[in-house]
Each structure stands twice: as C-alpha cells, then as structure tokens.
Design a protein around this ligand. Structure first.
Ligand SMILES: [Fe+2]
Length: 180
C-alpha cells in the first residue's frame, strides 16, 4: 500500500484512506489492484520474457480496460527495471530530474517498489509517494515530478498512454526542489 512522505517536514501519511485523501487533494489519482491475481510463477520476478509480460497484461486485462475506458488510454505495456537492466545507473540519473509531460503519467505496480516525487500545492511542496505491488497512480499532465526506484532497486509496472507524444519529458528547472 502506498505511503506519502512530505519532504519539507518529513511527515509520513499511511493508511489507504489517508493516502487517498491526500492524493485526491493533490489531484493525483490513486487506486489499487489485487497483486495476488498474478500466478505465483510471475510474482516478484524481474527477468521477464515477452510472453511473461503479455501474461501479466492478460492477468490485469479487466483492470487495464476499465481504467483505459474511464480515462482515455489507448496503449499500454510493461516496464521492468532492476540491477539486470543495462545502464541502470545512467537511466536512474536521467530519471531523477524534475520534469512534466503533456499527458498524465500512469503506473500500476505489479512487483517491486518505486517512488514518485511530485511537486504539490504551495502549502505542501514536494512529496514522495512510495509505491508497492498493487498500487496504481496517475500524475496529472503538467505536474512537475520524477520517478525513481527504492532500495530494492526493482520494479515491474504497467504503463498506460493516450498518445505517444505524451511520453516526452519536458525538463522543469525548479530552484525550490532540494534533492533529499
Ligand atoms: Fe515523468
């Protein structure tokens, strides 16, 4: 289940209802899928073949299609990151830059962990959303953010998109952002 850390105060928000209420206020969509739907042979696996990725998409097909119908996504795929990913260090360095997109960024975590760092309203500032298997998040278009891995350094997630152009990251140079 997702947890929030507000960077300026180190305050943590836990519990599904509290997390959801906080994210609602920040206009960040938060939902939950049942990660237990995945066959045991695909749980906590990070070296996936194309067939296995297709099997994960098939397992969550009704959840994906429901989300897509409500929010207009037209394509989806699986992204896997782990120590086995070539150039993982460079990739993470590239990821860890605040940026925006012209469409929302949707991730449904099916294994492992990850963090979205998001610029909240002025009274909140930057906050972390720590995600685990089953968490589904959508960072709204034009909202400054970045994504990175947690200590386990591995994740499998479903990504959903409206248009391919929406994937492009536009750097957001923010003196208010402090890496911590
Ligand atoms: Fe992004």
């Amino acid at each position: 289940m997702a947890e929030i850390r507000i960077r300026s105060t180190n305050e943590r928000i836990t519990g599904e209802e509290q997390v959801k209420a906080f994210l609602d206020k920040q206009e960040v969509l938060y939902e939950h899928w049942d990660p237990g739907k995945l066959p045991a042979s695909l749980q906590e696996r990070f070296d996936l073949s194309d067939e296995e990725k297709a099997q994960i998409l098939q397992t969550f097909d009704s959840e994906i299609r429901d989300l897509a119908a409500r929010r207009g996504y037209r394509t989806w795929d699986i992204v896997v990151l782990s120590e086995a990913t070539p150039n993982i260090e460079e990739l993470l360095k590239k990821f860890e830059q605040v940026h925006t997109h012209t469409e929302d960024e949707v991730r449904a975590i099916t294994a492992g962990n990850g963090i979205f760092i998001i610029k909240g309203t002025d009274d909140v500032g930057y906050f972390d959303v720590e995600l685990t298997a089953g968490d589904v998040i959508s960072v709204p278009e034009h909202k400054p953010h970045f994504f990175t891995l947690m200590e386990d350094r591995k994740i499998v997630a479903v990504r959903l998109f409206i248009e391919t152009e929406g994937w492009i990251a536009h750097p957001f140079d923010d003196p208010a952002f402090i890496k911590a």
